[in-house]
Structures are given as C-alpha cells and as structure tokens.
Design a protein around this ligand. Sequence first.
Ligand code: SAH
Ligand code: SF4
Length: 391
Amino acid sequence: MKTNLLDLDARALTEFFAGIGEKPYRARQVLRWLHQVGQTDFSQMTDLSKALREKLSTRAVVEVPHCVSAPQATDGTRKWLLSVGAGNAIETVFIPEQTRGTLCISSQAGCALECAFCATGRQGFNRNLSTAEIVGQLWWAVRVLGSEPRNARLGEEGNTRPVSNVVMMGMGEPLANFANVVRAMRIMLDDHAYGLSRRRVTLSTSGIVPAIDRLREECPVALAVSLHAPNDALRDELVPINRKYPLRELLAACRRYVDASLGDEISDAKWQRKGAPRDFVTFEYIMLDGVNDSAQQARELVALTRDVPCKFNLIPFNAFPDSGFARSPESRVRAFQEILVNAGLVTTVRKTRGDDISGACGQLAGRVRDRRTRRAGESAMRVRSVAGERL
Ligand code: SAH
Ligand code: SF4
C-alpha cells in the first residue's frame, strides 16, 4: 500500500522521510509543494533530487477526493460535493464575505449522533473521513478559488488568500473523528502548508466532553459548542449525546478550555508562535419554533452559562424535508437575543447563506450509505412533548 501524503502532518511526514532514509527538511519542502503550490505530481517537485522523486513515486501517492458537482448559490455561496468512494459523497461549503472567506469542512460521511433537527444526523453514519479527505476539502477550495482572482481576501499578514477561515461545521461530529481531524487541523495551521492562526480555525462540537479536554491539550483552536437547549431535559432530546455528557460536565469542560487559552497553561513554544485560540467559547443555539425559543428559556440560558466566558450565535433553523421543526419567527429571535445582550452576552444571529443550494447549516446531507439500523422519524415528536411540558 502506498502512503497518501495528504494524510500526513509535518510530524508524520518527517517520520515518513526518516523511514526512507531522508532528512527531516524534506517534510517541509513536500508540505509546501502539496499544499501551497498544489502540486500532486512528484516529477514536478523540482527541488527534490531525481532519485528522491522516483523513490517517492514508488512509495507514495497524492490522492484528493474528486468533485462530483459544484453548484453556486445566488448569494455567492459555493458548495462542492466530493466523492469519498463506495457511493459516499461529502459536502464542503464556501461562504464569501467582504473581509473574509470561510470554508465549512466536513469530518465524517454522515453522523452517528442523531440530533433531532439535523439533516446529516437523519442520514445516518457511514464512516470517518481520513485526514486527506478532510484537508483535501481545503486543498480543493484553495485551488478552485485561487484560480479566480476575485476571491482573493486579505489574510493574516496582509497577504491575499481565498480562504481566510475554516470552520469544522460541515457533515459529522469532528471530535468523534479526533485523530484525523487533529492531523488535518495541524496541516491547516502549519506555516509550510496553509498557515492559518488558531483563531481562524473553529471546531464545532455537540459536546463530547473528554475530547474537548484532549483538544485543549493537543491542538487548541477556536471552539464552538452546539448548546441548543438551556436544560438537560430538553437537551437530552435535541442533542442525544447530552445523556452521556450532561450540561454541567459540558460547561465545566468549556471553562477549562477557555482558562487554558487565557495563558497559564500555554507552555508549548509552538502554541505561542501560532497565537492562542480565542478567549471565549461560542455557543451555537438553533432557534426552533415553540421548542427552545421562549423568554424564560433565554433567562435560563443566561444563568446556565454564567461561569463561562462566551458569545452566542443564534442560528435560524434551516428546514429540510420531514424535519418536524419550524424556524422561530424573527420577532422571537430578536426578543431572545435581547435578553442575552441585556445580560451582557455578545449575541449574533447567523445569517442564512446558501440555502438555495441546500448549503446552509444542517442541510448538508451529501450522499451517505447508512451502515446502522436506526429508529427513524420519532425524534421531532419526542422533542415536542418535552418542550411542551416546559412551556
Ligand atoms: N457536529 C458538529 C458540527 C457540525 S453541525 C456540531 O453539532 O456542532 C454545525 C452546526 O449546524 C451545529 O451548531 C448544528 O447544531 C447546526 N445545525 C444542525 N442542523 C441544523 C439545521 N437544520 N438548521 C440550522 N443549523 C443546524
Ligand atoms: Fe451530528 Fe452535529 Fe448534526 Fe448533531 S448537529 S447530528 S452532532 S452533525
């Protein structure tokens, strides 16, 4: 089996070269060729000796997931459907804005966590994506967008780049695919590859507590947590992983995460060089009509998150067929926002982008062959009854 070099971060690539009797600096050279130049052909890597290029071609390959379709939304949002074999396809979304270009990356084909309101969860789970398939989405977007000059945006050091930010908010639960996601994020942060800072890479999780702690230690980046409910009874139904890691434990993990980025624990030199991640957690809160959007629930949320430095991002629910939920009316979203803001919490309402190409949050379904047996269609009804009890 040949090694796919897109699966390797700097450390793994250095080990790979050591294994074939080469010096460590080869890893840096090859990272630059692969990720900065976008060169996938070893014979074109001109600063490697001919002998090394030949050696590489016998032991390694560069394999990027291939693109099945690339619709463009009326608001400029782009979506790529990338095939990852065996009839599975995943989605990557690019959201251009005035001052930044955000790429929303998938981490799994499907998702096993079954959040009641999520199209990906509804589809079931097939498998984890490899590091190459995860970072390959960024590779792909940079190549396509980079060839269109209008996509250039100001990057960190004043240089222009088409993708200034990455959010791990596509299909799948990134912390359930920890090793591959971390390796992919290390490549995103690596100055020899994409050179993004820790605050420009955001990982969104539904709350796998032990993995949040590991992330803090192994690859701290900006953290977003999908909260969606102000108490365990409702969150157990909306985000079933809550039954395993209830709110008290989740919020304590968030607190530890922020405390670490505030300074004391930052000892690793590499950490400092890339800057600390953000000094707050972003709580995502999807607004579901009549389920989690009352004034009383907003107040409950304020009390719940009192001890965690945080910002809120309210997400209008994006519909998909048979979801069983509806989007909260705008007036209720504003009223909810006002309660949080008046309590001193910075609260934004996410603008829905790309919904005419099913590219908005929670609409990504790709093409997934579910490999589990599941009970379908019950969850929305169950949630309604719990929410009803509390309203
Ligand atoms: N699994 C991770 C990341 C992917 S989901 C997580 O759950 O955080 C990214 C975001 O989209 C999450 O906040 C998720 O709750 C939200 N989302 C899921 N379904 C949605 C929908 N139908 N409408 C709007 N947002 C949705
Ligand atoms: Fe999975 Fe996130 Fe969707 Fe929940 S919201 S089912 S964790 S992708």
